[in-house]
Design a protein around this ligand. Structure first.
Ligand SMILES: Nc1ncnc2c1ncn2[C@@H]1O[C@H](COP(=O)(O)OP(=O)(O)OP(=O)(O)O)[C@@H](O)[C@H]1O
Ligand SMILES: [Mg+2]
Length: 255
């Protein structure tokens, strides 16, 4: 996929929260049609990267480009247009507690795409089926669902409007192995059947190896390495090795 069209690009993006620097001149690119998986320890800034791509946060320094546009320079209307082409699966489901399953999944279909209700019902049922929630009553509230079910409702909501770009933040965390595998298959299907471009943040190396065209590792606010799943598996970088093998032998390598 290298050499294809760059759909997402972070150019030397820096971001601090207060005096805590989180992203330090990070460069990242995602080509059209590929699935890039971002790995890295808790707190290194993975979710922060996704929020920059989604236009929910803006860099202190550097630039974020999506589909040939610099996100920070877009007007509110243009940003909304760009967001219509994106689906975001938030790390903690982030469902609207007062809305039903149907209203959550259909939210953008109704608000942003003005879809007629009967059509929205069909879409919602189709997407819930895709995430393995065919049987779930549409009128339940999030509080009546298990954590894993909420997660999958969040996924259904992110893909409901059939976006070109999907950002998945820990899509399989907290799911049982069978549901996780179904989500991995869903991510692969979205890419193969619909040509979606995806960025997946995960701690789950099985999932990373399965869905990634490329894997990028973030450490200390920087991208310290990227490669195909095979290259990452065989990496000699001690940080990457330690992360992907989960090894706790010996001291943490000094960088
Ligand atoms: N809105 C915010 N205000 C202040 N600090 C923030 C904010 N968002 C993130 N941070 C801080 O930035 C750092 C990176 O957070 P981020 O959520 O991107 O990490 P992460 O790599 O996704 O971690 P995890 O694997 O645990 O989800 C953390 O130290 C976090 O406390
Ligand atoms: Mg996170």
């Amino acid at each position: 996929m290298d050499g294809g069209k760059k759909l997402i690009e972070l150019k030397k993006v820096s971001k601090a929260f207060g005096d805590r620097s989180v992203l330090d001149q990070i460069d990242l690119e995602v080509f059209a049609g590929e699935t890039l998986v971002i790995i890295g320890r808790s707190g290194v800034g993975k979710s922060t990267i996704l929020k920059h791509v989604a236009g929910l946060l803006f860099p202190d320094d550097g630039e974020v480009w999506v589909e040939g546009q610099e996100v920070e320079r877009l007007s509110e209307t243009q940003l909304n247009e760009l967001r219509k082409k994106m689906g975001v699966v938030f790390q903690y489901a982030a469902l609207f507690d007062s809305l039903t399953v149907f209203e959550n999944v259909a939210f953008r279909l109704l608000r942003d795409f003005h879809m007629p209700l009967d059509q929205a019902v069909r879409k919602v049922e189709e997407k819930l089926d895709l995430v393995g929630l065919k049987e779930v009553p549409l009128d339940l509230k999030p509080a009546q669902l298990s954590g894993g079910m909420r997660k999958r409702v969040g996924l259904a909501r992110a893909i409901a409007h059939e976006p070109e770009i999907i950002l998945y933040d820990e899509p399989t965390s907290g799911l049982d192995p069978v549901s996780s595998e179904a989500i991995n298959d869903l991510i692969l299907d979205m890419q193969k059947k619909l040509g979606v471009t995806s960025v997946v943040v995960t701690h789950d190396m099985h999932s990373a190896y399965k869905v990634a065209n490329r894997i990028a590792m973030i450490y200390d606010g920087k991208m310290i390495g990227s490669g195909t799943p095979e290259e990452i598996k065989d990496s000699r970088d001690p940080f990457i090795r330690q992360f992907v093998t989960g090894s706790v032998e010996g001291p943490m390598p000094i960088r």
